[in-house]
Ligand binder design. Structure first.
Ligand code: FES
Length: 284
């Protein structure tokens, strides 16, 4: 059941706008995403999947700041289910339809929101949460998060229990993830390459085995989008540490998982909220 929010008119051409205290500034998000040395590394490293084009044009895209849009990597037009929808607003039903033809009942797509790369991942949580934790019955799981040196940060259950994370509550079998690898800021993808981590397969408990991982092609980091945890990152500009709710790092050199982005369904449209924009600064 979609959560109910009143959303502003998405056709606004303003550079920034506010709704119920939220402030969206496109130029700020673009800075978070691409204007750093790390961003340059990212563009150079993943040019083969076409995200370099994110440097161009997105600020001119229509549809306002809230719409999450498909991003079709160059060369993947014929291999991904959203291949003919580049920069179109994401629709919820399209994920449901794509999931119906997968072995796990999952589907996912690369996307872009306010100039930032994202992944949208559909998991048949409501259908499977009451069944046994067995292979190929994926659901969202909540686990403890630790820093790279083993210090406990917090529990993924805080997403449901702490009012400050209310907008992130799991709903509609979908999550939106800020897609910058916590190793060196490349952009992990969903089934853009074929290997044991990207197979249409799922195993419980957040292990590195099984498939259905977001995979970073730069140095092979893996992220399990079905495991929600609390973790800690560092703002590279100020040095300040901050905790965030995100998905779990499953393997590879990335020190931690990647943060979630809250969203709402506005009819069939997937629209993101800027509640936690400081979480998306670790590549600054
Ligand atoms: S940047 Fe992703 S593994 Fe290195």
């Amino acid at each position: 059941m979609a959560r109910k929010f009143t959303l502003r008119d998405s056709s606004s051409s303003s550079e920034s706008s506010s709704e119920e205290g939220h402030l969206i500034d496109r130029r700020e998000f673009m800075r978070h995403s691409f204007n750093t040395a790390a961003g340059a590394i990212t563009v150079a490293a993943i040019g083969s999947v076409g995200f370099a084009s994110l440097l161009m044009g997105q600020a001119e895209a229509d549809g306002g700041d809230t719409a999450v849009r498909y991003w079709v990597p160059t060369g993947a037009e014929d291999s991904v289910w959203y291949g003919d929808r580049h920069l179109e607003p994401m629709t919820y039903q399209s994920f449901v339809d794509a999931a119906s033809s997968s072995a796990t009942g999952m589907s996912a797509a690369q996307g872009v929101w306010s100039g930032m790369p994202v992944n949208a991942v559909y998991v048949p949580h409501e259908e499977n949460k009451g069944s046994a934790l067995i292979e190929d019955k994926p659901r969202f799981q909540f686990m403890d998060g630790y820093t790279a040196d083993g210090s406990y940060v917090g529990s993924g259950y805080e997403l449901e229990e702490d009012p400050q994370y209310q907008s992130l509550s799991i709903h509609d079998n979908l999550i939106i993830i800020f897609s910058r690898c916590t190793h060196l800021c490349c952009i992990p993808g969903w089934q853009l390459v074929t290997n044991e981590f990207t197979e249409d397969q799922w195993v419980p408990s957040g292990t590195d085995s099984g498939g259905s991982k977001l995979f970073c092609i730069c140095h092979s980091s893996r992220f399990d989008p079905t495991v929600i945890e609390k973790n800690r990152a560092r703002n590279r500009s100020s040095g300040a540490e901050f905790d965030f709710i995100g998905i779990k790092r499953a393997g590879g050199p990335a020190p931690m998982g990647m943060p979630l982005i809250p969203f709402v369904l506005n009819g069939d449209s997937i629209e993101a909220l800027p509640d936690f924009k400081d979480w998306y600064t670790y590549c600054d």
